[in-house]
Design a protein around this ligand. Sequence first.
Ligand code: MEV
Length: 325
Amino acid sequence: MSKITYSAPGKCIITGEHSVVYGTPALVTALDIRAYSTVELTDDNCITIFGSDLGITGVFPTSLEVSPEVDPETLSVLRPIWISCSKTLERGNKNVGLKVEINSEIPLSVGLGSSAAIAVSTVAAVGHALGISLGKEEISSIAFEAEKAVHGTPSGVDNSVATFGGVMTYERGKIQYINVRSEVPLVIGNTLKERNTGEWVAKVRYRHDRHPTVIDHIINAIADLTRKAEKAIKDGDLKSLGELMNINQGLLYSLGVSTVELDRLVYIARKAGAYGAKLTGAGGGGCIIALSTHEKQDEIASAIRKAKGEPITTKFSQQGVRFEK
Ligand code: MEV
């Protein structure tokens, strides 16, 4: 049977992570690094998942009602892919087996949206292989089911940007595209420390439960700066955007999600000439983003490398989920 491949982009949150979980806007962009999912129909009535970059393979039942016979680690890594496949089979009302192979250019578990990109590309590839026509809204909403299984109470921003691509504000399920006229050079600095988004979302919720009025002020301040950051990006005013990113970093620190490693890369990037730098995603490890000029990009990247981080020089991408072959 023929193989179908789809891909979906990674993302970075420019401003507004965590506060977006409480219904305020996040400013986010798709990146030009992607996850690929290749799907083939089988007649063995099970879902076999090869996670080439995840270094793990597992065989799952087609129904989520049946317990899979896999070890707990395999289950925790591959569960969102199993959910993506099973929910799409359910949507198509089909009773067939699937072979799914995942490859990802997006580093895993470091805040760049790998799990959402994998879920989105898998749903799209399974849908196509089954011959059912899924619109982008539906692809995003099935992938959101898988995201909820990994991240607890995610906002939905990751699956939205992985599906639709581009630069956008995301607020309570609503997307507003932003037309970015000039290129916005970014350098990502990976601390190489993996972390779990759900765990850090839960930590912020705990802090919110303990000090609701204080944390609400922080969330509102992030919402305010995100609206200003949206305007700065539209105007091509990188100086203001960088300042707002720095303020956002201070507020994320107050939410308790920055770490010594993240702080170090943030200061190093600023010292190397970034307009602004902050952690991106859930924090607790993972990545920072530094807003740069083209001239400074190499200098910032080599400062990050010297500090034992891994730099990724990347670009905004307009491309959401797409058919590969
Ligand atoms: C997601 O990449 C970052 C968080 O805002 C969680 C979410 O929006 O679901 C921390």
